[in-house]
Design a protein around this ligand. Structure first.
Ligand code: GLN
Length: 190
């Protein structure tokens, strides 16, 4: 099973390591031509405006919408979650606009720029390690969206069919359980 990591900007190698640890084959994706060969893709954390701009420049907006239409799973972490969202609070334009969620960027405030915690994630496990860095949160979800995890009553992980999103960085821990869950989604989709 080949899992791509979109490598335009952000935390890429750590995701590749986690994919391999969870039993998949990690592929660094820099060109849209690689997508037909890939079974699922992770959009990593970084800076969503930059990632979105580069996606437009390199044709990834249309290519990943097509990828999604084929039913291939996408997993957005942190900035990647923002990229997947249909709506970004206070911003006119979305990026991929695939997932029926409204997100708020940098939602945890300055005093909590980054922190680590353990989360209970539905369908995954209890006490899954999560690193939050200038993290977004999910303010609103559509009826097709399943909330997987909350932190202090705020939604920080969700799934809509073949789309998975997390506010945090699961790749910056040594806990590969959320990646294993995504690999299961990819397996089911084939
Ligand atoms: N704050 C970033 C953004 O809004 C996301 C941060 C991250 O991916 N760690 O794009």
């Amino acid at each position: 099973m080949k899992i791509g990591v979109l490598a335009l900007q952000g935390a890429v190698v750590e995701h590749i390591d986690m994919i391999e640890k969870a039993g998949g084959e990690g592929v660094i994706v820099k060109r849209t031509e690689q997508l037909p060969d890939i079974d699922g893709i992770i959009i990593p954390g970084g800076e969503s405006t930059t990632i979105g701009k580069l996606m437009r420049t390199y044709g990834f907006i249309d290519a990943l919408r097509e990828f999604s239409l084929q039913g291939k799973p996408l997993f957005g972490t942190c900035a990647g979650l923002i990229v997947l969202a249909k709506e970004i609070s206070g911003q006119e334009e979305a990026h991929l606009g695939l997932m029926d969620i409204r997100v708020a960027r940098n939602a945890f405030g300055r005093q909590r720029e980054s922190f680590e915690t353990d989360l209970d994630i539905k369908g995954v496990d209890k006490d899954v390690r999560a690193v939050f860095i200038r993290a977004p949160l999910i303010e609103q979800v559509g009826s097709e969206v399943d909330v997987l995890a909350t932190y202090q009553d705020q939604i920080v992980a969700a799934r809509q069919g073949h789309l998975l999103a997390a506010s945090f960085h699961p790749e910056l821990t040594d806990d590969e359980r959320l990646h294993a869950y995504f690999l299961d989604m990819v397996r089911e989709s084939r």
